[in-house]
Design a protein around this ligand. Structure first.
Ligand code: IPE
Length: 259
């Protein structure tokens, strides 16, 4: 089993409200089929979630009732994106079942308390492919909060023990400086001690913590047997290569092995 996060940055244009990259999305689904691997897909919200969630401070939980229309709109918008992901998956012969976190997940203090793992496992054993995504969700202490695709990946990895976790983004990997800078380079391997000292860059509004937080959560996912990669999904063939365990340009996050 391989866990794949289709980042909002690759399946949407994150800077433009509600714009999907349908061609990229469909090709990525085709690469999943072509690999022949068992893959569980989680996708981000991109411009269907971050812009409005940011403007209404939804990640901070229930501050005032003026946020509720935005809560409702974000839940509707991310479902619209999810329907497009479902269509793309169905069109290439995958068998997705949508599990929206707003309905299935319970959070506490901004962390996932209950992912609904039993339901996920049951769909997998039926031969279907549960699909979850960055969404709003009920939160026991904050009223509501944001449940990001990365948090779902972290929780899900504990439940289904994937052999590999692949984060598909729109850059070649973690860059050592702003990706817009022509002298920026891909950092091929990140280890725990690098996370605090490196200078990472984010380009657009992101309510779920940016790159450093992502790396920390990736480190939490790594085990000696489990690879964790970030690759560029806008380049055809990279996801396929990563799924097949081939060497591919990207960033590998790994634990220290020299103990
Ligand atoms: C964000 O999910 C969810 C909302 C803003 C509602 P993610 O953090 O997984 O989304 P991307 O991949 O960064 O777009």
């Amino acid at each position: 089993m391989i866990l794949v996060k289709l980042g909002g940055s690759v399946i949407t244009d994150k800077a433009q409200y509600q714009s999907v990259r349908l061609d990229v999305l469909t090709r990525l689904c085709r690469e999943i089929v072509e690999s022949g691997k068992d893959v569980v897909v989680v996708h981000g919200a991109g411009s269907f979630g971050h812009i409005m969630a940011h403007d209404h401070r939804l990640a901070e939980g229930h501050l005032d009732d003026g946020q509720i229309p935005a809560l409702a709109t974000v839940s509707r918008d991310v479902r619209q994106l999810n329907l497009m992901v479902m269509d793309a998956m169905l069109s290439v012969g995958l068998m997705p079942i949508s599990l929206p976190p707003s309905a299935c997940v319970l959070m506490k203090g901004g962390e996932i308390k209950d992912l609904g793992a039993e339901r996920i496992r049951s769909y997998i054993s039926l031969g279907a492919s549960p699909v979850m995504f960055g969404d709003v969700a009920l939160d026991e202490s904050m009223g509501f909060s944001i449940c990001s695709g990365d948090q779902i990946i972290e929780s899900l990895a504990k439940e289904i023990s994937p052999e590999r976790v692949v984060f598909v983004s729109d850059v070649d990997g973690i860059m050592d400086r702003d990706p817009a800078d022509p002298s920026s380079r891909v950092v091929e391997v990140v280890r725990p001690e690098d996370v605090e000292v490196m200078d990472f860059h984010a380009r657009v509004k992101d309510v779920t913590g940016g790159i450093r937080k992502k790396l920390k959560s990736m480190l939490g996912l790594c085990t000696p047997e489990r690879e964790c990669l970030i690759i560029n999904g806008t380049v055809p063939g990279r996801l396929l290569a990563a799924l097949n365990g081939e060497r591919v340009l990207g960033t590998r996050v790994e634990l220290d092995t020299d103990e």
